[in-house]
Design a protein around this ligand. Structure first.
Ligand code: SAM
Length: 259
């Protein structure tokens, strides 16, 4: 078969290191019969061992050349190929208790994580390879530079752990940055706590929209002096000092006021 030329616009860096591929599959721990979907199977580095174990795999892939190769290599019993953009894919069509895996295209990693978060109630777990700095932002603690909107919105929905790092040399072509494997496990619905998740997302976006400004400025559309007193939060703080729980408390307070 002809050699595939990696397409930059699709964030294509293909895994070629067999030890890393084995480690990723071990981290996923697939069991035959589970519903697993791989985002961006590419040339099949993780696809092949997953199909060997599972018997069947769903994949979402945007590149037609790669889709053609997958069709040539696997039978419809082994693979269901969802052609198109993972950002627009309706993961609800795959059912419940979904396991999602992928060496994600780094150019769309943040919007893809937000898209996937919307399906959290149907997901059992997700294991992804991402740029290390994105993973550090996902798992960051308050009051650190990496802590921001991505940390708060994902930590609200998921328990997350950075599992291990992957050097650029494990890929062809090699990316410029180190990557990390991260696992996301949805928290139980009754532990989430926000009365209005859209409002929570708006408050968090506002608080981190201008990082250097204090809450008094960034949340002026949501809270006044009395609200800060009721909440026991200092309006002179910056958003990065607030915990996920603080943001939920603020959003619920605003929701109550607006009722
Ligand atoms: N899984 C392969 C591996 O580990 O070698 C390929 C990983 S490569 C970093 C990213 C893959 O995602 C490519 O196959 C690329 O074509 C695909 N991709 C890029 N953008 C996509 C999108 N919006 N929706 C679905 N797949 C996409």
């Amino acid at each position: 078969m002809n050699e595939h030329r990696a397409r930059k616009r699709f964030g294509q860096n293909f895994l070629v290191d067999p030890n890393i591929i084995r480690k990723i599959v071990q981290a996923v721990r697939p069991v035959a019969g589970e519903t697993v979907v791989e985002i961006g199977p590419g040339l099949g580095a993780i696809t092949a061992p997953l199909i060997d174990i599972l018997g069947h795999l769903d994949v979402v892939e945007i590149d037609r050349d790669l889709i053609g190769r997958l069709r040539g290599r696997y039978t419809p019993e082994q693979i269901t190929i969802h052609e198109g953009d993972a950002l627009k894919f309706d993961f609800a069509t795959l059912g419940e208790s979904l396991r999602v895996v992928g060496n994600l295209p780094y150019n769309i990693s943040t919007p893809l994580l937000f898209h996937l978060a919307a399906y959290a109630s149907r997901v059992r777990d997700m294991t992804f390879m991402l740029q290390k700095d994105v993973v550090m932002r996902m798992v960051a603690d308050p009051d650190t530079e990496a802590y921001g909107r991505l940390s708060v919105m994902l930590q609200y929905r998921f328990r997350m752990a950075r599992l291990f790092d992957v050097p650029p040399g494990a890929f062809s072509p090699a990316p410029k940055v180190v990557s990390s494997i991260v696992r996301l496990v949805p928290l139980p619905e009754d532990q989430l706590g926000a009365d209005d998740e859209t409002l929570l997302a708006q408050v968090v976006s506002a608080a981190f929209g201008q990082r250097r400004k204090t809450l008094r400025n960034t949340l002026r559309d949501y809270l006044d002096v009395d609200d800060y007193a009721t909440l026991g939060i200092d309006p002179g703080l910056r958003g990065e000092r607030l915990t996920v729980g603080d943001f939920v408390m603020i959003a619920n307070h605003v929701a109550l006021k607006r009722r």
